[in-house]
Design a protein around this ligand. Structure first.
Ligand SMILES: C[S@@+](CC[C@H](N)C(=O)[O-])C[C@H]1O[C@@H](n2cnc3c(N)ncnc32)[C@H](O)[C@@H]1O
Length: 465
């Protein structure tokens, strides 16, 4: 990354025709902020094309990525600080100006960009993209922001944690209050702040070597602590690694790798030939599962409801031995016979609150109201998976969320309605992973602050006769 302590405006920019030059990196950052706010874009998806348009790569691209992702993650904290520096509600500040102020605040309080560079580049940006008057306003606000360090600001704008613990956590750690409440219920009050802090850190990039197709040795970086197939990328663009470009390896969080590892590790009684990934899009786990299935003469069917995500599964599984078929179908009414599979993965659609560090905007988009409909869908998908599994076979239920109603709640309610299923010990499938007890006996819960993975939940259910 360009050294943030020395980064200032770049002279001679042709980005605007105004008298003040605009730093292309900051301009690119502002454009991504707008795309996320106005078009509902995903930061990770929109960044590469904006970087390309501005001809930014290497350290400049890394600078913009951290600037945008960090600003969006910490928006809750920064808005509380900005509200204390602006003499009107933030809702009355022009959206583009507010985006620029948030970017400036992140540079001042979290990136150690020198004060003069952070302020002058932001003011130039606002002058060029909005007006000279708005530039003056930005200058006055950011000078106030720069007067204190982040911790001092939090002490000033957040309430006493003993009096208003949820509001404190929400402001200090930049999470919506309903998410703070859900995460506290899941992780407990003692570890809550550690978890929230981990959500604000950019995740390390991990790669997976798909067994039988690629090996860890050909990937640059350190082996992951728990997944036997993972490597923590040392740096650089993963797309330029030959094994990744050829589909023999991929980018995949270690927690997701462990879901596939656990699914393959469960013992089944009798034949073990037909595997199903019921909710496969975009295909990360399916690619690892297909490789594992091929190694033992089994094969995988990957199903996905959404057509465009099915196409992503197709791409992920291109050239993968062990793939029997890719089917676009609703997992609650699947086109397969009862008992057709020996093992089934339900990697359920969920709130994704276990992957907040990976998706900067997700915490601001999700609504508490989403939970109920997701839980109803999760129950139906799990029941359907159990119907598709033959007696003696297994279902692994997984979410990238630790929220109790999506994890323990779904598993217990399905168990209550059936007498042909038993819950088994999923922790035994991952014996090297420490401290991974889930919210009900035998289940697994991974955590960013404990394991350095997304907060994946796993439960193992066996069909009985
Ligand atoms: C958590 S994601 C799965 C991630 C995937 N296993 C991977 O590792 O790449 C859940 C997927 O379930 C799909 N989905 C949602 N409702 C579904 C349904 N009724 N039947 C099948 N798939 C569904 C979503 O479109 C989404 O692609």
């Amino acid at each position: 990354m360009t050294d943030p302590r020395t980064r200032g405006p770049q002279r001679g920019s042709r980005a605007t025709g105004t008298r003040s030059p605009v730093d292309p990196a900051r301009l690119a950052a502002l454009e991504v902020m707008k795309a996320v706010r106005v078009d509902g874009a995903y930061t990770n998806l929109v960044l590469p094309s904006v970087l390309r348009q501005h001809g930014l790569s290497g350290r400049d691209a890394a600078f913009v990525t951290e600037l945008v992702s960090g600003t969006i993650r910490r928006r809750g904290t920064y808005d509380a600080i900005l509200a204390a520096c602006v003499d009107r509600p933030l809702s009355k500040v022009e959206a583009k100006v507010l985006d620029a102020l948030r970017l400036g605040t992140h540079q001042l309080l979290s990136m150690r960009v020198p004060t003069h560079a952070a302020i002058s580049t932001t003011v130039d940006l606002v002058r060029a993209k909005v007006s000279s008057g708005a530039g003056g306003f930005a200058n006055a606000v950011l000078r106030q922001v720069a007067r204190q360090e982040l911790a001092e600001w939090i002490g000033r704008v957040a309430p006493d944690p003993r009096v208003a613990p949820t509001r404190f956590a929400s402001i200090a750690y930049s999470h919506p209050r309903w998410i703070v409440d859900e995460l506290r219920s899941a992780v407990g009050a003692e570890e809550l702040f550690e978890l929230l802090a981990a959500d604000n850190e950019p995740p390390r990039v991990t790669l997976v070597a798909r067994p039988g197709r690629g090996t860890r040795d050909e990937l640059p970086g350190e082996p992951t602590p728990y997944s036997p197939y993972g490597v923590v990328l040392a740096g650089g663009d993963p797309g330029e690694i030959p094994a990744v470009a050829e589909g023999r390896a991929g980018v995949q969080d270690e927690g997701s790798q462990l879901v596939a590892v656990a699914m393959a590790a469960a013992a089944v009684d009798g034949p073990d030939r037909r595997w199903l990934d019921l909710c496969a899009g975009p295909g990360g786990k399916a690619a690892l599962l297909a490789a594992l299935a091929a190694q033992r003469g089994a094969s995988l069917v990957a199903a996905e409801r959404q057509e465009h995500r099915s196409r992503l599964v197709q791409r992920a599984l291109r050239g993968a031995p062990g793939t029997l078929g890719i089917v676009t179908s609703d997992g609650t009414a699947p086109p397969f016979a009862r008992g057709a599979f020996d093992r089934v993965l339900v990697d359920a659609p969920c709130t994704g609150l276990g992957a907040l560090r990976r998706r900067p905007e997700a915490r601001w988009r999700r609504r508490a109201d989403d939970l109920l409909s997701l839980v109803l869908l999760q129950r139906r998908l799990l029941s359907s998976a159990l119907d598709l599994t033959r007696p003696g076979g297994v279902v692994l239920y997984a979410t990238c969320s630790p929220v109790i109603s999506e994890t323990r709640g779904v598993v217990s309610s399905v168990l209550e309605t059936r007498d042909d299923v038993v819950l088994e010990d999923a922790r035994a499938l991952l014996p090297d992973v420490p401290q991974c007890d889930g919210p009900m006996p035998g289940t697994v819960q991974l955590w960013p602050h404990r394991h350095g993975t997304d907060a994946m939940f796993l439960a193992l259910l066996r069909r009985t006769a």
